[in-house]
Design a protein around this ligand. Structure first.
Ligand SMILES: [Zn+2]
Length: 442
């Protein structure tokens, strides 16, 4: 209830740029939870990403091609993973139906805004660097999204039925979907959430829709199939983590009081204490988690993050190193690279370089890792490759003129024909073309 009231208060605020929450554990969970549905929809799981946006409103939407965005508020309010799966199935129905494209004029513009501010947020992240564990990036603005989110009732029904087909094909019960829709309806009645700001507006709800879905779901063989307990446990973890990360610490502590000694509660409180600058209390929660599951990579990541961000980078290295070894996850590797560099110890720079190069090879869309890599090269006096890392970062952020200049500078110092030289040449060429095009537009 506390969270609900808070989200209502936030609703009254003017439009803010939204932020994408990037977190290794959350992204792995989202991929596993939605994978069977994506396959059932006839799409490739590696082409469809389900990402979390920092927004207390209960909403989800599709934008920018095959992306499903889920608000942190929706996850916080969902009672189980099955409810989230119901929402994701429905959103995939909008993708398959091509509803975004058909209902949106100027879709390109709107998508552009999304991608552009994604990158602006990343720039802030690279500059601040404080949120290394859960990288924060801005996404498009509510206003931009509103443009192409008004689905017609016919589109809603078709997405409902498509979603029901995916759930059935994946052998997942429609119970969660039904529960969640009913929950939304109740919330709207009871709290009079303004229609123009809720899921109800972007996905008009009606009793009729719910009745149709109930008829389809209840006769499906998967209707009585229970939720996979392991997936449910993972959901409770990422839900607690998100609540701890986005909520005011006192709200988190009310929802997950000290008397609650479950894993999700330790997780949520670790973030709450860390956010309120009580590193000892945050560490105690992380240690409680590690006592329960000593080699859990995400608990190790959490411990490393708390140590790094409370000014103990040398202590952060061991847990982060183990977490990277266990997952080979680029976001965690970036955190390890950050810790190694933050020790200011030259002995750690070779490992930092190797870890960060490995991270950007697997997740190029990581401006913060490029930023760190530039720092390492600069330290070595390797100005050419520092310029190349800067070119990568600017190119990702859509700053074409800067990317072009840095790539040109990199080519001056690199040996022609090497992989790095060719990469610099590519960036120079692409960004030069973009700069020319912008010039013509003017
Ligand atoms: Zn919809």
């Amino acid at each position: 209830m506390a969270i609900l009231l808070a989200s209502l208060a936030l609703l009254a605020r003017p439009t803010l740029a939204q932020q994408i929450l990037r977190d290794a554990e959350t992204e792995a969970f989202m991929a596993d939870m939605s994978g069977p549905l994506v396959k059932a929809a006839g799409m490739e799981p590696r082409n469809v990403q389900v990402l979390v946006i920092n927004d207390p409103e209960i909403n989800a939407f599709v934008a920018g091609g095959q992306y499903v965005w889920v608000h942190s508020g929706l996850i916080a309010q969902a009672d189980n993973v099955n409810q989230v799966q119901g929402v994701v199935a429905h959103e995939l129905g909008h993708i398959e139906g091509g509803h975004i494209i058909r209902s949106a004029e100027g879709i390109k513009e709107a998508t552009g805004i999304t991608l552009l501010s994604l990158v602006l947020g990343a720039a802030a992240m690279a500059a601040g660097g404080a949120e290394a564990g859960m990288g924060i990036m801005g996404a498009g603005q509510q206003a931009a999204m509103g443009k192409f989110l008004a689905f017609s009732r016919a589109q809603e029904s078709s997405a409902d039925l498509a979603g029901a087909r995916y759930l059935s094909k994946a052998g997942i019960s429609g119970k969660g979907s039904l529960e969640f829709f009913k929950k939304l309806q109740n919330l709207e009645y009871r709290l009079a959430i303004p229609q123009d700001d809720s899921y109800g507006r972007t996905h008009p709800l009606s009793g009729e829709r719910i009745n149709v879905l109930r008829e389809v779901y209840t006769v499906d063989p998967a209707w009585d199939k229970p939720v996979d307990p392991q997936l449910e446990a993972r959901f409770e973890r990422i839900k607690a983590k998100l609540i701890g990360f986005v909520s005011e610490p006192n709200q988190t502590l009310r929802k997950y009081p000290e008397s609650d000694q479950t894993i999700p509660a330790h997780y949520a409180r670790a973030y709450a204490w860390h956010k309120s600058a009580y590193p000892q209390k945050a560490l105690a929660e992380a240690d409680a988690l590690l006592a329960a599951v000593p080699h859990d990579p995400y608990f190790l990541e959490l411990k490393g993050q708390i140590l790094l961000e409370s000014g103990k980078p040398a202590d952060a290295i061991a847990p982060l190193r183990e977490a990277v070894k266990l997952t080979n996850q680029p976001l965690i590797a970036t955190l390890l690279g950050h810790a190694l560099i933050a020790t200011e110890d030259d002995a750690n720079f070779a490992e930092a370089e190797q870890v960060l190069r490995n991270a950007v090879a697997r997740d190029r869309e990581n401006p913060f890792a490029w930023y760190q890599l530039g720092v390492v090269y600069e330290r070595h006096g390797d100005t050419a490759r520092a310029a190349l890392a800067t070119a990568e970062r600017y190119s990702m952020m859509g700053q074409d003129a800067m990317a072009m200049r840095s790539a040109d500078a990199a080519m001056q110092g690199l040996k022609p024909g090497t992989v790095d030289y060719l990469r610099a040449q590519d960036i120079a060429m692409v960004s030069r073309a973009a700069v020319e095009q912008q010039r013509k537009k003017r």
